[in-house]
Design a protein around this ligand. Structure first.
Ligand SMILES: NC(=O)c1ccc[n+]([C@@H]2O[C@H](COP(=O)([O-])OP(=O)(O)OC[C@H]3O[C@@H](n4cnc5c(N)ncnc54)[C@H](OP(=O)(O)O)[C@@H]3O)[C@@H](O)[C@H]2O)c1
Length: 245
């Protein structure tokens, strides 16, 4: 149905080197979008060579790299239809063991990096409007065991997005969030390797299985397409029911 079409839309996805970001980059590209995907290093985004996806290295912790990239896309295409802030890092250790450097890395990557990208996008395109999708987490809604700072950064980007949705609506910007549940990516690899813990997780997920990275695509397509033109300041949970457990 045309309503859900993302054909010819220009979409920038951070953290597209693997996991959920890569699944979204491949999904949007196969639906006819022009896709830019970032990773933290040139090697991590090298998989895009020979595809239609433009892979670029941009460290989310840098004050200028995402800003420069967003401005370059604006110059190349005239507009960026959708920014998907997906790249993030995690840390699952007891709160008492978190070191200052870990704290800074999590906040710089997951919060400041997302805010800077939103700000650069707004400044580049304030006269044309825009569409931002922030990939948060159900940890940002409910909290999560051993994930105090990670969960805090995810809660922060949900409320940052909700605030921007109010502030920038009059400039034609929509800002929404997607909260994945437990998903089969590198981020959860160490937990999934522990058979006992993995089966406990499956037991508490009402759908009794772990999500696949490409199961996050449908919500992103909805939010990136004209099917959601009246949706802003919303959060879509994609978690097999885990947050309701
Ligand atoms: N997996 C889950 O169960 C789950 C659950 C809830 C929410 N989420 C969220 O979903 C999103 C994707 O998660 P995922 O599981 O797909 O993660 P992942 O497989 O660990 O991939 C993380 C991505 O973020 C990029 N990244 C990390 N630090 C970066 C930095 N400083 N600068 C630029 N890029 C950086 C990585 O690039 P490199 O490859 O270059 O390192 C990679 O592309 C994240 O926002 C995550 O918090 C995931």
């Amino acid at each position: 149905m045309d309503l859900f079409s993302v054909k010819d839309k220009t979409i920038l996805i951070t953290g597209a080197s693997r996991g959920i970001g890569r699944a979204m980059a491949e999904g949007f590209a196969s639906a006819g979008a022009t896709v830019y995907g970032t990773g933290s290093r040139p090697e991590s985004i090298a998989w895009t060579e020979g595809t239609s996806i433009k892979g670029i290295a941009a460290d989310l912790r840098s004050e200028s790299e995402m800003k420069d990239l967003i401005n370059d896309i604006g110059k190349e295409h005239g507009r960026l239809d959708c920014l998907i802030n997906n790249g993030a890092t995690t840390l699952d250790v007891p709160a008492s063991a978190i070191k200052e450097a870990d704290l800074e890395n999590l906040v710089d990557t997951n919060f400041k990096g997302v805010f800077r990208s939103c700000q650069a996008y707004y400044k580049m395109q304030r006269k044309k409007g825009g569409n931002i999708i922030n990939i948060a987490s159900i940890a940002g809604l409910n909290g999560a065991f051993l994930m105090s700072v990670y969960a805090g950064t995810k809660a922060a980007i949900i409320q940052m997005g909700n605030s921007l949705a109010v502030e920038w609506a009059s400039s034609g910007f929509r800002i929404n969030a997607i909260c994945p549940g437990f998903t089969e990516t590198d981020m959860t690899a160490s937990i999934r390797k522990n058979d006992e813990y993995a089966s406990k997780i499956k037991e508490i997920i009402p759908m009794r299985r772990i999500g696949k990275p490409d199961e996050m695509l449908g919500a992103a397509v909805f939010l990136a397409s004209d099917a959601s033109t009246y949706v802003t300041g919303s959060t879509i949970v994609v978690d097999g029911g885990l947050a309701r457990h």
